[in-house]
Design a protein around this ligand. Structure first.
Ligand code: 2PG
Length: 425
């Protein structure tokens, strides 16, 4: 038996808020699969935790992020090809953002979501390698996709600590698991040490020095002058979150489950997770405006990995961004594009084959809330060897009627599902 494990980033909404994107969209292939599947719901980390994708994905791949985890920063870093000097460097997930430089008020955490990766790379170059003026410290800045970047703060001589608060006010650090705040004060936060150590105080000081430096360097950068002339928001600040000083030491997924895993990943954080878990990674280019071609590439990568691996984890970013933007129409369209261009041909591919499929999400990003929430996500499990539950559609409400019940923690799901698949009932 082979397994395709499809994660639709942020696809779930909150049914209590009104019709969900899954209810409003036409997705015949997902519905066809749901009809032939067992179904259920899942809290991807746990009730009350509105997770980011990093810890949520770690969790739904079977690892409890409360046990061994070191934050999103290092995963983004490894996904972007950077390594971290343990003890002397701390990695952060960064956002190019628009602020009022005089008051530090945040106008947009993603500078209008129209910063191109090329623009971001040019801005990052202006800061990469900057000296921070104290503790013989420096910053490395690497742009990744759109407004996203990785920042590594390092010192040549002094030890640093990852116990520092985010400067991005949208997420709070709860240990190493970052939680989306339902509302927040839109000001660049000052980094505070989160423990009473010299290392943490020093790191917080360096983070604040980097923030000031980035605001002064980006203010009149030619990319921003051009963007302002074009009526676009300038990318004039960098918000940092999810500090981590090393990669998590997790058992490789093939050893954990006795299955070889491949991964189709498009964003740096998922690429980082796949690398850390020692999956065979097919990194595909980030999403473009051409959905048909994007999903064809992802399906080809899935096929290629299925030939050499037992299981393939496929992460599609699509629905998360319109969820963050509160754009119901775009979220519906994103589900429909995945259905038509990825799931429908996937059904042809698995027809008559001994291939099981899981479809779920890493968290909800309800268009009504514009941020991640702790709502449970729908889950279906198809296998030609299993009885199906007879649910009608792939939606939150329909899946709640399924025999898999409600998983209280994402990390409990994969072991259970593999048991069901191996038992063949
Ligand atoms: O990277 C992203 O797309 C989101 C997380 O889903 O982060 P942010 O809210 O900073 O855009």
């Amino acid at each position: 038996m082979k397994l395709v494990y499809l994660v639709l980033d942020g696809v779930a909404d909150r049914p209590g808020d009104g019709p969900t994107s899954l209810e409003l969209s036409s997705h015949p292939a997902l519905d066809e699969l749901a009809k032939r599947s067992k179904a259920g719901l899942m809290y991807t980390i746990g009730k009350g935790v509105a997770p980011e994708s990093d810890a949520a994905v770690i969790s739904i791949l079977g690892y409890n992020p409360h046990e061994e985890y070191t934050g999103r920063g290092p995963l983004e870093a490894v996904g972007a090809g950077l390594s971290i000097r343990e003890g002397y460097e701390v990695a952060f997930r960064a956002n190019f953002a628009t602020i009022d430089p005089d008051t530090r008020r945040i106008v947009d955490r993603r500078c209008g979501r129209n910063l191109t990766s090329e623009e971001a790379r040019e801005l990052a170059r202006a800061l990469d390698g900057a000296e921070l003026g104290v503790y013989n410290a420096y910053a490395r800045v690497v742009a990744t996709v759109g407004h996203r970047a990785v920042v590594v703060i390092g010192s040549r001589d002094f030890r640093l600590s990852d116990a520092v608060e985010n400067t991005d006010p949208a997420y709070s650090k709860q240990g190493y698991v970052s939680v989306a705040k339902p509302t927040f004060e839109p000001f660049v936060a000052r980094a505070r040490p989160l423990e009473d150590t010299e290392e943490a105080r020093r790191t917080a000081e360096l983070v604040n020095a980097f923030t000031e430096l980035s605001i002064s360097v980006l203010r009149d950068h030619s990319v921003n002058v051009k963007r302002s002339k074009e009526g676009k928001l300038p990318a004039n600040a960098i918000l940092l979150r999810d500090s981590g000083g090393r990669l998590p030491r997790l058992q490789p997924i093939s050893e954990k489950f006795g299955l070889s895993f491949g991964a189709v990943a498009e964003m740096p954080v998922e690429i980082g997770i796949a690398r850390v878990l020692k999956m065979d990674v097919e990194a595909v280019p980030p999403p473009t405006g051409d959905k048909k071609s994007d999903y064809r590439v992802r399906l080809e990568a899935t096929k290629k990995l299925l030939e050499k691996s037992d299981a393939v984890y496929v992460h599609l970013k699509g629905p998360d961004e319109p969820g963050h933007d509160g754009d119901l129409k775009a979220k519906v369209e994103s589900v429909e594009a995945i259905d038509a261009y990825y799931v429908s041909p996937l059904l042809d591919l698995i027809e008559g084959e001994d291939i099981a499929v899981i479809v779920t999400a890493d968290h909800a990003t309800p268009y009504t809330r514009k941020s991640h929430t702790d709502d449970p996500v729908p889950l279906i499990l198809y296998s030609p060897n299993l009885h199906h539950d007879g649910v009608e559609r792939f939606t939150e409400k329909e899946c709640s009627k399924g025999s898999l019940g409600v998983f209280q923690h994402g990390w409990e799901m994969l072991p259970k599902i593999l048991e069901v698949l191996r038992g063949g009932r």
